[in-house]
Write a protein that binds this ligand. Structure first.
Ligand code: SF4
Ligand code: SF4
Length: 74
């Protein structure tokens, strides 16, 4: 199954927190520099943070194919 993995570009992030507020899975935590980071273990790849960010800071840098046994590869 193909899944899109999201990541936050700290150069574009204004630390507004909108992505954290909208994430239904609590997958975004604030790092020491104030920029949220995505916990890939908690993330369910719904894309809500991607759509919520008005600054284009949430990107889709890569996609992985997750295998049935839990392993992943590009
Ligand atoms: S919504 Fe975008 S700009 Fe706001 S904290 Fe999240 S990544 Fe940063
Ligand atoms: S893709 Fe969905 S589950 Fe993953 S961090 Fe963004 S809002 Fe949360």
């Amino acid at each position: 199954m193909r899944q899109t993995y999201y990541a936050i570009d700290k150069r574009l992030c204004c630390r507004c927190g909108a992505c954290q507020r909208i994430c239904p899975h609590g997958a975004l935590a604030t790092a020491a520099n104030g920029v949220p980071s995505i916990d890939q273990e908690r993330c369910r790849h719904c894309g809500m943070c991607f759509r919520a960010c008005r600054f284009g800071a949430v990107g889709r840098p890569y996609e992985l194919y997750r295998l049935k046994d839990g392993r992943s590869h590009r």
